[in-house]
Structures are given as structure tokens and as C-alpha cells.
Design a protein around this ligand. Sequence first.
Ligand code: SF4
Length: 327
Amino acid sequence: MSQPAGSGRKPPLKVLLCSPRGFCAGVVRAIDSVERALDRYGAPVYVRHEIVHNRYVVESLKAKGAIFVEELDEIPETDAPVIFSAHGVPKSIPEEAKKRNFFALDATCPLVTKVHREAEIHHKRGRQIVLIGHAGHPEVIGTIGQLPSGAITLVQSVDEVAAFMPRDPGNLAYVTQTTLSVDDTADIVAALKARFPQIHGPHKEDICYATTNRQEVVKKVAPMVEAMVVVGSPNSSNTQRLKEVAERAGCARAALVQRAEDIDWSLFGSLTSLGITAGASAPEILVEEVIGAFAERYAVSVETVTTAEESMFFPLPRVLRETEAAE
Ligand code: SF4
């Protein structure tokens, strides 16, 4: 068993730190949008839904004056900014915000917006659209809500592809949620193409660069370690996928933890090697906290395993950029 701090010599533990991990460009932009709005307009700033799926981030922004709501009807009449989260919103939400004269700021990740535009183009061309994604996720609700009811059909698995009855099998297109498992999605796309060879779709799929890169490095690290910790929130889709990827790549002891205090030490006793990664909405400070918790029990040596370099950057929403320039 590992030993708590102060109980003698600690056993060695080699930590392989996945890179890339943690914040992606869309999450940075969304959080910066809230912080920038708070600086510029003062508190409160309303945010519809968790700006990104991370409790620590949400609590930090609450402490600075952000008020989180699930629906616009929870917001009183106000001049304060109302920000839409990185996951995107159905078209009805900005319309409702306009009716109520809200000062709306859209922090939807540009890579989610790109999927919305793809869906609109397919719809204009008369195609029925299949959305590969997870029911109930805000991004899926937002994408389905770009078009009239019935224009998009959600498909979650290869089995659901087999059961899908399109209106016109020769006139179909597909789009995907951005934060899916690359491998599962490839299987679903293959099943769609096998049944409907003429189906239109993106060149690859719509899974974003950050999701793809974080899964790739986990695939490399997971077979090299006895256990993996994925830092992130249970309601974060890309984070959940990282845990699944680790398990499928051969690491049976994989756990998702929000913070060091959540670590179940019964899972992490008697280790000599450990992989650590973080979902796209998990701040690096929480990764450091988790490494610190292991360092209290083990003599930790950290090595970074890098499979991709990232340089993606998304500018802030225009109105926030303009106010920045004016100052
Ligand atoms: S995970 Fe991908 S789609 Fe989601 S916010 Fe980050 S870059 Fe955008």
C-alpha cells in the first residue's frame, strides 16, 4: 500500500503526464468572455448553463459576480450581459433574448458553430440530417435546435443506425457532436455509409481537434501505466470519453476525478506508474493539485508524453473585442 506523508520512505511512482491535456481554445475563449464581460460591465453577468462543464471554473466565476441560470426566464429584466455557454444554444434562445432586449453575448465555441452552419447548409439543400451524438447533452440540444423540428434525427449507436428509417435514403447528410469518441464515431459513420452510400458528410467528422488530440495521447499512455487519472467533471462529454479511451487501451484502473479530494485511494494503492490527463474544461491548477496529492503518498517523478502540439486560438466575441480595442 502507498504511505501517507510522514510515514517513512515513500514508494516511487512514475507519472506520465499526457500532452495535450486540459483547456482547449474554445474553453479559454468562453471563460475569457465571462471574465472580460465582468471587467468591462461589472457584476452581475448572467450565464446560461455552465459556461464550460467544470465545477471549479463555475465556482470561480460565481465568486467574481457571474450568475448561472439554466433558462432565460430565470433572469430578471436587466441591462447586464447574458452569455451563452461554449456548448451552443438552439436558435430559439437568442430569439428570446432579443425579445427581452437582453444584451446577449455568444460564447459558443466556433467549432460548434461550424457544425450548426453545416447542418443549415444540408437542410437548405433538402437533405434529412443525422446527428451522431449523445441525447440530452447541451451541444446536441443546441445543434438540433438550429433547424425546424424533425429536420435532424439523433443517432447514438451502430444499432440505432440499423433501426433508422429515413424519409428518402438517397437524400441524407450527417454531422456529429464535437466531443465524441473518435473510434465509436468512426464505427457509426461506417455503418451509415454502408447503409446509405450516398450520404453527405464532413471530410473527416466534426469531432474537434482538442477531443481528437486528448484521446490520441491517452491511447499512447494508457498501455504504459497501471492506472490513469482523468481530471474533469462527470458531465463533461470529452472528459468521459478520455476515461473510456484509457480503459479500452488496456488500463483497467481508470478514474475520473474532479479534485484531489475526490481520489479514491483504494484504487490507487501499490502503484509504480500512473498516467494523468485532463478534459478540455479542466484547469491545469487541478492537475497540479492531483499530482500534489500523489506526491504526499509517493516519491513522484513526472515525465510528459506529447503526441501533438496545439496552437489553436479563437478571438473573443466581436463586441468584447471592440470594447477591448476602445480602451
Ligand atoms: S472541446 Fe472542442 S468543440 Fe468543445 S469547446 Fe473545446 S475546441 Fe470547442
